[in-house]
Design a protein around this ligand. Structure first.
Ligand code: SAM
Length: 298
């Protein structure tokens, strides 16, 4: 029996039973592994860690996309950095207000694997509103900011801060995003594990807070990411993300198509456990030490 161990923390793994291996290879940027696992369906691992599984992909993609889009009064132009599996793009394009979604992933092989092995994720690549580019998100944001482009919402659907993704968690990247967003836009980066990486979550919050007037954390259950409890941060210089700003009417128009989010759930994700509230307020880490490096301050 073949097993695949995804490291969650020191000595702790999510251990899949592999029933079929599709592809395992290296690109210029990362190791890509696609396989079938008992109970999880098709799995995409990048750099040795789970990025997507059939079983739980909707939780992460719905949380990342719908909270900012439902809190923004009129999200017409959306930028996705990373997200080469297509899941976030699929969720963004459920919103009829969105006229254009630009997706920038550094690795074209992730997009190719998504089209080949994850047909339910890849549905939106052919949507006429999707503009899919293979490029470094850091360079894209810097160039677009210099060119005066504007977006209503930016979603950072990247791998964790290792290899090509390190600079996507820095203050200077967030500054470029702020320029692209103007006064009312919203940035949401995926913001790591509240179970194992609270120091990293605090570091992302700190780097965002140096640039944005309001940074609102929220979190949800993402089964196959370390600790299964994942953070997101809504950063803006305009109206803050909050339970009252979730537009339930707009959500109702496509709620039946979703697997995870409904209106009460979308409002509840802002409620955080006390250890998270304390850590974000600057308290020293308490009982459970973080196992992840903190993003750099530049
Ligand atoms: N949330 C998922 C996770 O944490 O496991 C992320 C899934 S998505 C497939 C991550 C994508 O980020 C990958 O396709 C990877 O190629 C992309 N990525 C990493 N660094 C990047 C960069 N600098 N610019 C654009 N995309 C990047």
């Amino acid at each position: 029996m073949l097993r695949y161990d995804d490291p969650w923390a020191r000595g702790t793994f999510l251990s899949y039973t592999v029933t079929k291996v599709y592809e395992m290879f290296e690109t210029e940027f990362q190791r890509i592994e696609v396989f079938e696992a008992e109970e999880f369906g098709t799995v995409l691992a990048l750099g040795g860690v789970t990025n997507v599984t059939d079983r739980d992909e909707s939780a992460y993609h719905e949380l990342l996309a719908h909270l900012p889009l439902l809190c923004h009064p009129n999200p017409r132009r959306v930028l996705i950095i990373g997200g080469g599996d297509g899941g976030t793009l699929r969720e963004v394009l459920r919103h009829p207000e969105v006229q254009e979604a630009v997706l920038v992933d550094i690795d074209g092989e992730v997009i190719r694997c998504a089209k080949q092995y994850f047909p339910k994720l890849a549905v939106a690549f052919e949507d006429p509103r999707a503009d899919v580019r293979v490029a470094d998100g850091v360079a894209f944001v810097a160039n677009a900011a210099a060119a005066g482009e504007k977006f209503d919402v930016i979603l950072v659907d990247s791998t964790d801060p290792v290899d090509a993704a390190v600079d996507l968690f820095t203050e200077s990247f967030y500054r470029g995003c702020a320029t692209l967003l103007g006064d009312s836009g919203i940035l949401v980066p995926q913001s790591d594990s509240l179970t194992f990486c609270i120091d990293r979550v605090v570091g992302i919050h700190r780097n965002l807070s140096a640039i944005f007037g309001s940074v609102t954390p929220y979190a949800g259950h993402c089964l196959t990411y370390p600790g299964a409890y994942w953070a997101f941060m809504g950063a803006t210089n305009g109206r803050a993300l909050s339970p009252e700003h979730v537009d339930g009417k707009r959500l109702a128009a496509f709620a039946e198509e979703l697997r995870f989010i409904n209106e009460p759930h979308a409002r509840a994700v802002f409620a955080l456990p006390q250890y998270v509230v304390r850590a974000l307020a600057g308290a020293p880490p308490s009982d459970l030490p973080s196992v992840c490096d903190v993003p750099p301050v530049d």
